[in-house]
Ligand binder design. Sequence first.
Ligand code: AP5
Ligand code: MG
Length: 217
Amino acid sequence: MRLIIFGAPGSGKGTQAEFICKEFGIPKVSTGDMLRLIIAEGGELGAKISDILKKGELVSDDMIIRMVEKRLQDNDCKKGFLFDGFPRTLLQAKGILNSAVDIDAIIELEVADEIILERLSGRRVHIPSGRAYHVVYNPPKTSGIDDITGESLVHREDDKEETIRNRLRIYRDTIDAIRQVFTDTSKIKYLKIKADGDLYEIANTISAHLKEVVHLD
Ligand code: AP5
Ligand code: MG
């Protein structure tokens, strides 16, 4: 199972990725999570990446592609994976299509911008795992604490209104061209999912579609 999940910032990619990866036994390959881990390690590279993320701009294609290629060599990716937040530019999208990696299905989450601002202002994340919570819609068992590790949750630095608006603008400016690259090929199942409702209902809808994809193989 090789999957991609697309969607605007705050559309629920990371949240739905948790459900999908658990159900289908595949790892989540999230470029955003990987970048935040490099920032958490400190150092010059971390500081440079931090500056880019704080502005809501994109990290260079070169660095992202190298990071993903390295991650795909890990053993856990042999049985499949779910890309979250990658590809994000035309160059990254064409890079996948021209590589030996055959994608089975793409899930695109559709959510209106006004819902996104509310979701991101209440989001709390566990940086080491990338797990995301929401203070109202998906709260941890104990406020401010990750359910699994007991470690602290944080408010992401790029979840400020001005940065969110820039991230949304970049997403809306690039998604049509990226979608086109993948819908032009009939080999990949493209699933558009309305993602502004209950997160468990969305997870059930995605699961039902993906089971059909598995049966098609
Ligand atoms: P990345 O980490 O990928 O961020 P993003 O795309 O902006 O998406 P988010 O993680 O903010 O949102 P999400 O869709 O995962 O939503 P979530 O599930 O958390 O990238 C960050 C930055 O890294 C980029 O801006 C860029 O600088 C850089 N970068 C990353 N990849 C790159 C690449 N390939 N190339 C270049 N640069 C790259 O949900 C949000 C909140 O809503 C949570 O609180 C959640 O609990 C809640 N929620 C989820 N679903 C629901 C629901 N149905 N109802 C109510 N609440 C919900
Ligand atoms: Mg995410």
